[in-house]
Design a protein around this ligand. Structure first.
Ligand SMILES: Nc1ncnc2c1ncn2[C@@H]1O[C@H](COP(=O)(O)OP(=O)(O)OP(=O)(O)O)[C@@H](O)[C@H]1O
Ligand SMILES: [Mg+2]
Length: 376
């Protein structure tokens, strides 16, 4: 006997469906995905919405034969994306590994959206994630009234992905307690999820695979068992290799986020973005960009993702309280907040950086003044 699993949807109650604050990737980029599907004549693995080539193009961007422009979602080495996509077409699962803010979650969502047309079959890993979140749970009212039955079973996102041949996602895999992580071993090696209470199982349908993300810094907390690790192909997402690459990522994302928040486009924002990225990179690397001055690194991660929020916050300030142009004064408070996580040690590091580096830098007087103002 096998159990069929019905997809569940949440219908808006009445009137027009409300506009989601953050639509899922498959909704936000529905146009691009449809254009890719229409023009993609390469072979598609079972139940894939697109061929591996088209999935990679969706992630990395490109122009289709009919002129449709596919925006790049991920900016980084093409080969990494190709390896990630092909892994999903094999019997091994994909583990995206990297330091915070390297787009692991972002890439995982877009991969699931492009491969399966649905990025929502998601388990968020925490120290308290129970086995039921990966396997299945029970509707206790049903269970008490009628005993274990298919109707009383509450499938996990992973079980649904198996039954429907879709991509499941597990976020922050290494935060999940080791014994719960190991639930995934049978799923990934036997491709089945036994339900002993019903004397049955859910067998994975072709098209099923799983993308997990894990943070480098969490490693060691609950290191993956070697048995589980063997079920995964690991792709390490790197930090952007150069200032230019990081400025490019930040400005693209800020532009997208700004549009979704209806912020006016800032005409000359790029210079300010470059300064934010430069400050973050120098403090992260512990050395100035010319390689001359050694710096202490603060405790925060100062990731690309944080640079994106600092600039987005700055743009909102400029739009609502300034003249619409992004200036040093709009990003200074955000930078301070990102750098000074530990009020004592980080503040000293920041003050030293301000006085020794920022103050002396050509063309950075306004930036120095703005930072001094918020740091006082
Ligand atoms: N190389 C990149 N290309 C495109 N976007 C990027 C890149 N690096 C970071 N970003 C952006 O950074 C933001 C945060 O990324 P995301 O949340 O996926 O990071 P993460 O690696 O999952 O971090 P964490 O370990 O904190 O969970 C996203 O908006 C993403 O667009
Ligand atoms: Mg993440």
């Amino acid at each position: 006997m096998s159990v069929s699993v019905e997809p569940t949807t949440v219908e808006p109650k009445r009137g027009e469906p409300a506009e989601a604050l953050r639509p899922h990737a498959e909704e936000a980029f529905a146009g691009e995905l449809a254009a890719l599907a229409a023009q993609d004549d390469r072979p598609r693995p079972a139940r894939w919405k697109l061929s591996p080539w088209a999935v990679a193009t969706y992630l990395l961007g490109g122009t289709l034969p009919d002129g449709t422009v596919i925006t790049p979602k991920y900016v980084g080495p093409r080969r990494l994306v190709e390896v990630a996509v092909t892994t999903l077409a094999t019997d091994r699962a994909l583990l995206l590994l990297g330091v915070p803010g390297t787009a692991k979650t972002w890439v995982s969502e877009h991969l699931a959206a492009a491969v399966s047309g649905d990025s929502t079959l998601l388990v968020q890993g925490t120290a308290g994630t129970p086995e039921e979140a990966i396997r299945y749970g029970w509707n206790y009212a049903q269970l008490l009234a009628h005993g274990p039955s298919r109707d009383a079973l509450v499938p996990s996102p992973v079980m649904r992905a198996m039954a429907e041949g879709m991509t499941a996602r597990v976020e922050e895999l290494t935060r999940i307690p080791a014994d719960v992580q190991d639930t995934l071993i049978t799923i990934l090696s036997e491709k089945t999820l036994p339900i002993p209470e019903l004397g049955s199982e859910v067998q994975a349908v072709r098209g099923f695979n799983l993308i997990a993300t894990a943070n480098d810094r969490d490693r060691g907390v609950n290191d993956l068992s070697s048995a589980l690790r063997r079920r995964f192909n690991t792709v390490v997402l790197p930090l952007p290799e150069s200032v230019e690459a990081e400025v490019d990522i930040v400005s693209r994302r800020v532009d997208q986020i700004g549009r979704s928040l209806d912020l006016p486009a800032a005409p000359d924002g790029i210079a300010e973005i470059r300064r934010v990225v430069t400050v973050f990179r120098e403090l992260r690397d512990g050395v100035t960009s010319d390689g001359r001055t050694k710096l202490k690194s603060p405790s925060g991660t100062l990731s690309t993702a944080e640079a994106i929020s600092v600039v987005t916050g700055g743009l909102a300030l400029a739009a609502h309280f300034g003249d619409g142009v992004l200036r040093a004064g709009d990003v200074a408070a955000g930078i301070l907040g990102a750098v000074v996580r530990d009020p004592a040690a980080d503040r000293v590091i920041w003050q030293e950086y301000l006085e020794a580096v920022v103050r002396e830098r050509d063309g950075w007087k306004d930036f120095y003044r703005a930072c001094r103002e918020v740091s006082a």
